[in-house]
Design a protein around this ligand. Structure first.
Ligand code: ATP
Length: 236
């Protein structure tokens, strides 16, 4: 028996002949935020895509104490939801329609209930319901991507660099929202290059370099690790 929500054990991923993940292992408790930090090209996006089932991998992934379902569809149905780095919103559709699409697997009643919750959490989006998604600011687009993901009532949110391209003040706002989501029972696997900000809201941290876990531990410990200061924590 395990009390872990997600356990990744010896995960390998290759693109053609090039192996980019060389046996990654991690474990995540339900209701927690785990952050994977690391430089550009370390393999963070690849890790998320493999957990979501979007690319093939070898090794074991267990979810909720069981081998994770095989297909992406079954993983979505089991409560996984990926918010990709590019957000992938429908720019020529309204905020409202983008949000509604996120709940396509749910009943009409559930969708309406979730919409209310989402608009309460993101009042900015409520104000802009009728606006086209393509006209939103970077921070608002990230909020919309999160809101759309929440419509599927996920148990495990996989967030790929939610702070990418945002001004520091907006980064803080977005990560605050991510921290608050945990209180609703959603678990979050947060991939970030912005290590200091991510470790501030996370419970556990993993440093990935060149497709391997170099360090892991309580986020507060990693945030004060002198060996991470130079390369990862220096920029505030
Ligand atoms: P970033 O912050 O730039 O997204 P990352 O840590 O998420 O970086 P990945 O995008 O997972 O890193 O990339 C890991 C490695 O795999 C890199 O060397 C990258 O060039 C390579 N890679 C990523 N996608 C592909 C692909 N589709 N085909 C071949 N190589 C790829």
């Amino acid at each position: 028996m395990t009390d872990m929500l997600l356990e990744v054990d010896g995960l390998h991923v290759s693109y053609g002949k090039a192996e980019v993940l060389h046996g990654i292992s991690l474990a995540m408790k339900p209701g927690s935020i785990l952050t994977v930090i690391g430089a550009n090209g370390a393999g963070k996006t690849t890790l998320l895509n493999a957990i979501m089932g979007l690319i093939p991998s070898t090794g074991q992934i267990r979810y909720n104490g069981q081998p994770i379902p095989r297909t992406v569809e079954a993983r979505v149905a089991a409560g996984l939801c990926l918010v990709p780095e590019k957000r992938e919103l429908f720019g020529t559709m309204t905020v409202e329609d983008n949000i509604e699409l996120g709940g396509f697997l749910r009943s009409k009643h559930e969708r309406e209930q979730m919409q209310e919750e989402v608009y309460q959490r993101f009042p900015r989006l409520a104000e802009r319901r009728k606006q086209l998604a393509g006209t939103l600011s970077g921070g608002e687009r990230q909020m919309l991507a999160l809101a759309r993901a929440l419509m599927s009532r996920p148990r495990l949110l996989l967030l790929d660099e939610p702070s990418l391209g945002l001004a520091p003040k907006i980064v803080a706002d977005i990560l605050q929202i991510v921290a608050e989501l945990r209180t609703t029972g959603v678990s979050i696997l947060l991939v970030e290059q912005n290590a200091r900000a991510a470790l501030e809201i996370a419970d556990e941290g993993y440093l990935v370099e060149l497709g391997e876990v170099r360090k892991s531990g309580p986020a507060a410990e990693l945030a004060n690790d002198p060996s991470l200061m130079e390369g990862y924590l220096g920029r505030q």
